[in-house]
Design a protein around this ligand. Structure first.
Ligand code: IVH
Length: 690
């Protein structure tokens, strides 16, 4: 029976096209247009068709992204045009030098450059024959790389076929050059998973990306959240290339390749420097690592004219950021008492210049980390200082460990108050057992209690608190509310006026909110967002305390698996067994309950819970896009839901509002086209009456 094949052939082609279009929208444009479940249905339909008619299984089929057998080794690939490297510069002077050489070489007064982020990943070359992805390779030594086609296919942002360009034939051969990288969130996830398995951690996203790309089994690569940006074309045949690099990038975008939206056309060395400074300022908030920027001559004919020296083009240069990591020696490991009594390990270092500053102290986070990384006094370690983040010890260079390297000794007694140090089973820290009777803990707890996002008491800073503790005027947060202007005015650097201001600020802080109060209590691991979730879930302090009493303390019980412990508290999103255990312990402690009662008696209060059912946004659907000022998308989503609204991932005519932040893209355009109301964060706050 000769089945009619036209229908399956057409359907398979249609499914391939639609699925790849959705992949592109999801992974390249970051703008999905159908729910995941619908995508899965189409995907399974194509899989079934190909199962029935194996001859329909083309190399550019989305079903072929993950598949194929594991390899024994990677085959060598000769690059048709060598993959060059870039010369570096580290200063404004060197940048000016570069620009002068380019201008003199071309005999021009001023030059247009394209400025790009320098991604810290791995260079790859992607070959397309008649518009279909056929081979991908690593850079290797620049002449010969390794064939990693199967692994590259698993990267969803990589187009398996070029999107048809209007009125243009597909190039017979096209080598696209770009960088595979691992976004920081994916890196953190990989390391969290490695830690859970007890495996070694990856040092940085670049190494993790390299390891992922060089897996012999593509299924392993597929499980890694790799991403891709392309930045140029190598060899090509049958394509009339445009005249400028900016136009090349534009064409690559149109073909469906991911091209960084951070790329800009700039004028002269001054434009380059301005770009460098703006990128450096944004560096830590990009979500992926860049180690500098790259300037490239925009005019392609000019590039030919300038040529290359020793495998690096004369028409481009990388302007590197100061290194964020450096090696130095651990001279000592000390312990500082935190507000929750944790003995926080701090490495005292031989001073080293890193991330643009001299660093002599670095955090080791907690005891668990010290043990896991096995950091010893005398060790040579990698220190990282990125942006304004506290410098940290990332790892030990074991090869350089001297024979007399010593493991740090955890003190048996608190170095501040002398009380017994204890370590509970499963706790990553050892803790001083003295609670608020330990001056270090009291100081830390009070600083947290009065901080802006907690009780927000203005004018009550670190130094003033230290004086109050030293003079015995304050033994707990409750005492703050009994302070008088006379008492304060007697302290160093305190006039009558400022004393009165502080008393007024204390009075004002009594009008609080449940989640702020909860956060202010300083329960271990209960940060702002957990406090908000708890407040939203339980509504009242009484309900929360009651839940902690219904959940028996089971964290050490062998009979109950961690995931089954604390069922009541675990109903709250993101509350796991550790946070739940902290909550139960905190509220079971009579002293803590006394403090809370006294604080409420002192006049701290908050408005009763709002019920979301009658919220102003009930029945409304909102979509969020772009970067919002000060609020993550999750937080904005929670805010909307707290007022009864629904958050959706894609815009349709049924959407009521588009909440748009900075650099909103295609969703904004679509909203405008559909006539959906567009609001910013201030608009949302106005809607919900905040
Ligand atoms: S262009 C001929 N552009 O930096 C120029 N490279 O040392 C070839 N890289 O191996 C490279 N971001 O891995 C170029 N926007 C960018 C880049 C970039 C990262 C890497 C690439 C290359 C190395 C050059």
């Amino acid at each position: 029976m000769a089945a009619d094949m036209t229908a399956p052939v057409q359907r398979a082609a249609e499914l391939r096209r639609v699925l790849e279009q959705h992949n592109h929208r999801y992974y390249v444009l970051d703008d999905p247009s159908i729910p995941d479940a619908e995508y899965d249905l189409l995907f399974r339909e194509l899989q079934a068709l190909e199962e029935q008619h194996p001859e329909l299984r083309t190399p550019d089929s989305p079903t072929q992204r993950v598949g194929g057998a594991a390899l024994k080794e990677f085959a060598p690939v000769l690059h048709r045009l060598p993959m060059q490297s870039l010369n570096n510069c580290f200063s404004e002077e060197e940048l000016d030098e570069f620009d002068r050489r380019v201008r003199e070489g071309l005999g021009l007064e001023a030059v247009t450059y394209v400025a790009e982020p320098k991604l810290d990943g791995l260079a790859v070359s992607l070959s397309y024959e008649n518009g279909v992805f056929v081979q991908g390779a690593t850079r290797g030594d620049g002449e010969t790389g390794e064939d990693i086609t199967a692994n590259l296919r698993t990267i969803r942002a990589l187009p398996l076929a070029l999107h048809p360009a209007q009125g243009q034939a597909k190039p017979r051969l096209l080598e696209v050059r770009g960088e595979v990288y691992l976004p920081r969130a994916g890196f953190d996830r990989m390391n969290a998973e490695a830690a859970a398995r007890g495996d070694k951690l990856y040092v940085n996203p670049r190494n993790a990306a390299a390891g992922s790309l060089r897996q012999l089994d593509p299924k392993m690569t597929a499980a890694r959240p790799l991403a891709l940006y392309v930045y140029g074309v190598g060899f090509q045949q049958g394509w009339t290339a445009p005249r400028t690099h900016a136009q090349v990038l534009q064409q690559l975008r149109a073909w469906g390749f991911p091209v960084s939206p951070l790329i800009e056309v700039v004028q002269g060395a001054a434009g380059c420097l301005d770009y460098y400074q703006r990128m450096q300022a944004r560096r830590t908030s990009l979500g992926f690592d860049i180690d500098g920027v790259v300037y490239k001559l925009d005019d392609l004919a000019g590039r030919e004219e300038l040529g290359s020296v020793s495998r690096a083009p004369r028409w481009a240069i990388a302007h590197k950021f100061p290194a964020e990591e450096a090696l130095t020696v651990v001279e000592n490991i000390e312990f500082q008492i935190s507000r929750t009594g944790a003995l926080n390990p701090v490495a005292r270092l031989r001073p080293v210049f890193v991330g643009g500053a001299n660093v002599s102290n670095a955090t080791l986070h907690n005891l668990d980390e010290v043990e896991r990384k096995d950091v010893r006094i005398g060790d040579t370690v990698i220190v990282r200082r990125a942006g304004d983040v506290i410098p940290e010890v990332k790892g030990v260079i074991l090869e350089r460990r001297p024979e007399d390297a010593r493991k740090p000794v955890v003190p048996s007694h608190c170095p501040v108050c002398g009380a017994q140090v204890e370590r509970a089973e499963g706790d990553v820290n050892a803790r001083c057992s003295n609670g608020m009777s330990c001056p270090a803990q009291l100081q830390g707890a009070l600083q947290h209690f009065v901080s802006r996002r907690a009780m927000d008491i203005e004018g009550l800073g670190e130094k003033l608190l230290a004086q109050l503790i030293e003079r015995g005027l304050v033994h707990s947060p409750v005492d703050i509310f009994q302070l008088t202007a006379e008492q304060l005015a007697g302290l160093e650097r305190m006039g009558e006026k400022s004393a009165e201001n502080v008393v007024a600020a204390i009075g004002k802080s009594k009008d609080s909110r449940f989640e702020r109060f909860l956060y202010a209590l300083g329960i271990p691991d209960v940060g702002e967002s957990t406090a908000r979730d708890l407040a939203r879930h339980f509504g009242t302090l009484e309900a929360l305390i009651e839940a902690t009493q219904r959940d028996p303390l089971t964290e050490t019980s062998e009979a109950i698996k961690p995931k089954d412990r604390y069922p009541e508290l675990r109903k709250v999103p993101d509350v796991g067994p550790i946070v739940a255990a902290h909550l139960c312990h905190f509220f079971a402690e009579p002293r803590n309950r006394e403090v809370i009662t006294a604080l409420l008696k002192a006049g701290i209060r908050w408005p009763p819970p709002k019920t979301s059912a009658g919220g102003v946004l009930s029945g409304k659907t909102l979509v969020i896009t772009g970067t919002l000022p000060r609020l993550s998308r999750e937080e904005a989503g929670a805010l909307i839901e707290a007022h009864g609204g629904k958050v959706s991932g894609s815009i349709s005519a049924k959407t009521d509002y588009l909440l748009a932040g900075e650099s909103a893209g295609s969703k904004l355009a679509k909203a405008e086209k559909l006539g959906v109301a567009v609001i910013d964060l201030a608009g949302l706050r106005a809607l919900i009456g905040e």
